[in-house]
Design a protein around this ligand. Structure first.
Ligand SMILES: NC(=O)c1ccc[n+]([C@@H]2O[C@H](COP(=O)([O-])OP(=O)(O)OC[C@H]3O[C@@H](n4cnc5c(N)ncnc54)[C@H](OP(=O)(O)O)[C@@H]3O)[C@@H](O)[C@H]2O)c1
Length: 338
């Protein structure tokens, strides 16, 4: 079978190759063999390939070639011996999967607990990108909620950075569904008007404009801001954090803006900087994980527009797919087809 592999850490455009690799072994008890149709490229996948600290621990290349990717969609081809027909997933079912290491392959062996059976009204392209981003948005939301002191858990107003990203939009959808007022920051006027069309609703402020802080202050309109949901980091974070009330929390889940965050304002104002990683999700109870998968499926079915901006590439064309990921102003999901 074919897969995307890398044998060393480095820029994805330089180290990723499409090549023949051995088929995975047969599924064991509690596992399924899935013929993959689409798998997304996430910014985090590229960070892992690069060996960036923004991914976390370095991925292991000890076994030679590593296959990236953790999420995708496909058809169940076989079940482990102890799994009988009539269980939640059967041979021939279309499924989304996460987490499964080595997802950028023609076939993967996935734990049954990582599978979501797909109804007919959900397309492969939507399903391929529904789990990681939605689950991240839910984790980010819960983290922010848990950080609120009891007296601040109602009439909440928050600031979001990187609001035009996929996770940013899903977070907005969850915030609005939970009656939280959010003010969305994006990096350019072009992004602001595109986002306003795609997802009308909460106010959007472009940090491109010299007066963005005045505009943000007007949008805040005297309400206390206890939480910033931040997917950007970088040089602007300290400025955004200055809008928090004393003791407030920055919930950071990404580094779209790169390095250079000045933390000197954190201590004097007793702010809390809290990171969130989807890697934590495996520690959640099975019922919570299944509820999160159901939430993802429900969002695709009820808000399909959040999953419909897609660019498809043949897996063999991995270089073009990576180039698309790195394009300034790139929007929507980049999917590899196998
Ligand atoms: N913590 C976790 O477990 C976890 C899980 C998933 C994702 N993430 C992180 O979450 C972030 C978003 O991921 P995603 O998949 O949603 O990204 P995405 O959909 O690929 O979003 C990229 C968009 O973000 C905007 N952007 C890029 N650089 C920016 C900057 N410096 N300032 C403001 N906006 C910027 C751009 O939109 P415009 O062109 O419209 O400006 C760009 O098109 C990434 O940092 C990713 O690594 C973390």
């Amino acid at each position: 079978m074919h897969a995307i592999v890398h044998e060393r850490l480095g820029l994805a455009g330089e180290v990723l190759e499409f090549r023949v690799v051995p088929e995975p072994g047969p599924p064991a008890e509690g596992e399924a063999l899935v013929r993959v149709t689409f798998t997304p490229i996430h910014p985090g996948d590229l960070l892992a390939v690069e060996g960036s600290p923004a991914f976390g621990d370095l991925v292991s290349l000890a076994n030679g070639a590593r296959i990236p990717g953790f999420e995708g969609v496909g058809i169940v081809e076989a079940l482990g011996s102890a799994v009988v027909t009539g269980s939640q997933v059967n041979v021939g079912d279309r499924v989304a999967f996460f987490p499964v290491s080595g997802a950028w392959s023609e076939r993967v062996v996935a734990p049954m607990t990582s599978l979501v059976r797909l109804p007919d009204d959900v397309t492969d392209e939507q399903a391929a990108q529904m789990l990681i981003n939605t689950i991240t948005a839910r984790l980010v939301l819960s983290t922010g909620h848990n950080a609120l002191p009891p007296e601040r858990k109602t009439s909440v107003t928050v600031i979001q950075t990187g609001a035009s990203s996929a996770v940013g939009q899903l977070l907005t959808a969850l915030l609005v569904a939970n009656d939280v007022a959010t003010i969305r920051l994006v990096r350019s006027e072009a992004s602001a008007s595109a986002l306003a069309k795609r997802m009308p609703g909460p106010p959007i402020v472009s940090t491109e404009n010299a007066d963005w802080k005045d505009v943000l202050q007007r949008e805040i309109d005297g309400r206390p801001i206890f939480t910033v949901f931040d997917g950007v980091g970088g040089v602007h974070l300290s400025e955004v954090a200055s809008f928090l009330i004393e003791g407030g929390t920055i919930v950071n889940y990404g580094s779209l803006g790169g390095t250079g965050t000045d933390i000197r304002g954190i201590a004097p104002r007793s702010l809390v900087l809290r990171g969130v990683s989807i890697g934590e999700w495996k520690n959640d109870p099975p019922e919570q994980r299944r509820a999160d998968m159901d939430t993802a499926l429900g969002l695709v079915q009820n808000r399909p527009e959040l999953f419909d901006d897609v660019a498809r590439f043949e897996a063999a064309d991995i270089a073009a797919a990576v180039a698309k990921m790195n394009l300034p102003g790139k929007s929507g999901a980049v999917l590899l087809s196998f």
